[in-house]
Every structure is written in C-alpha cells, then in structure tokens.
Design a protein around this ligand. Structure first.
Ligand code: ADP
Ligand code: TYD
Length: 202
C-alpha cells in the first residue's frame, strides 16, 4: 500500500494512572495543529458493547468480560481500518495489550493457558499498530496520581492487582516489536518530547 495514502495507528498502553488519556489528548491536538487528520479513540469504545463494559462488568464474570472486550475490539477495529484507509492518524487509548495484561492477571488461575487463549481470540479482532507506547510507572506512583492513598479500603488489593498487570505488560512488550517503553514517571513535557521522538514518519 502507498504509505502516503494510509494513516498511522498509534496505541497507548499502561496501568491506570500512567498518563495515557492526558498524553493521547495532547498528542492528538499537536498532530492536528500540524494539519494531520487525527482521530482520538479509546477502548472500551463508545459503542453499546463499550457501554456494557463500563456499566455492567461488575455483574458478569471474568470470562464473559474478556469476550466483551474482544467483541468491542473487533467492531472498533473495523472502524479503525476505515479511518486508516482514508489516511487519518488513529490514536487509541488501550488496545490488545490491555486485554493481555488485565485479563491475563484476572484469568491466570481460572483458564488453562490463559495467555495463549487471550492471544488467540484477539487475532481476528485486531490489527498491528505502527507503534504502541507502553507508559511505565510504578503501581505506587500510579496510585498516588489516582489519589488512592494509604487508608483507602481495597488499596492493598488494587496495588497487588496493578503489580500483576504491570508485570504482564512487560511480557507483552518483550513479545511485540511494535512496543516502545516510555518512562512515564518523567514530567509531562519530557514524556511528550520522548513520544514525539519515536513517532512514525509523517
Ligand atoms: N507525567 C505526569 N506527571 C505527573 N502527573 C501526571 C503525568 N501524566 C499524567 N498525570 C496525571 O495523572 C493522573 C492520571 O492521568 P491519566 O492521563 O488519566 O492516566 P490514564 O489514562 O493512564 O489512567 C491525572 O491526574 C493526570 O493529570
Ligand atoms: C480495553 C481494556 C480495558 N480494561 C480495563 C482497564 C481499566 O481498568 C478499565 C477502563 O479503562 P480506562 O477507561 O482506560 O481507565 P483508566 O483511565 O483508569 O486507565 O478497563 C481491561 O481490563 N481490558 C481491556 O481489554
């Protein structure tokens, strides 16, 4: 395909509080200011399946939720392909890596070979990003950013969960050559400059 006619697909991953939403918003505004036709999107998406995940995921079990995340992705990916084919740059806050990292942590003791199953079910639902920025931050710092400070009920469980998710992300990054690891504990401006330095060619 003629690269001039096709957009770029850029994904942001990382644990809650790593800075994905703020950074992807800033980057989309910056790219738009350069005259690049940019779409900022996220998963769970704004479809009805995304709504189910946002509103009902506490009433359904981890296997059903996994299938909802992947169903949401399959539909979202159809839309992403259309945007890319029309030459737009697509910035996506969370994608396949989130399912591997989060559902990997939730299913590891419930589904045999959970990691391989998650990779397999994502295969027909996803495409390869041009680059995936993994915003790395310690669970301690992420929890401080989210104001989940000492004394809050459930803090210990949340910390342990984010630690597992973070370890899974390291594994995903090791296996996927689209990943670029970003030290997300840096200042907002330093994180932004680093990401700019690793963007695909315009
Ligand atoms: N580099 C940074 N340094 C300090 N605070 C940050 C930085 N990036 C984001 N934040 C703050 O951390 C919090 C979580 O950021 P957010 O973008 O919502 O993270 P995520 O989307 O990964 O959950 C927000 O209050 C945001 O303003
Ligand atoms: C896309 C996706 C999200 N999630 C979870 C991670 C988040 O805790 C939650 C909502 O994502 P998000 O709205 O990005 O939350 P945050 O801004 O706190 O990072 O959905 C999964 O567990 N699996 C997935 O595949």
């Amino acid at each position: 395909m003629n690269s001039a006619a096709k957009g770029r697909f850029i994904v942001f991953e990382g644990i809650d509080g790593a800075g994905k939403s703020e950074l992807s918003r800033r980057l989309s505004e910056y790219l738009a200011s350069l005259g690049i036709d940019t779409v900022l999107t996220a998963e769970p998406s704004n479809s009805w399946i995304g709504d189910v995940l946002r509103t009902e995921s506490k009433t359904t079990g981890p296997v059903a939720n996994t299938l909802f995340y992947v169903a949401d992705r399959a539909e979202h990916t159809s839309q992403i392909k259309k945007w890319l084919n029309s030459g737009r740059w697509v910035l996506c806050d969370r994608y396949v890596g989130s399912t591997l990292a989060y559902q990997g942590a939730l299913l590891s003791d419930k589904v045999e070979n959970a990691w391989n199953w998650l990779k397999e079910i994502n295969r027909p639902a996803a495409i390869s990003p041009d680059v995936t920025f993994l915003l790395k931050i310690s669970p301690e710092e992420a929890m401080n950013r989210l104001n989940l400070r000492a004394g809050i009920p459930g803090r210990f469980e949340k910390f342990n969960f984010l630690k597992k998710v973070s370890d899974n992300y390291d594994l995903v990054a090791f296996e996927d050559s689209s990943y670029v690891i970003v030290d997300a504990s840096m200042s907002r401006d330093d994180v932004f400059s680093y990401v700019l330095s690793r963007l695909p060619e315009i």
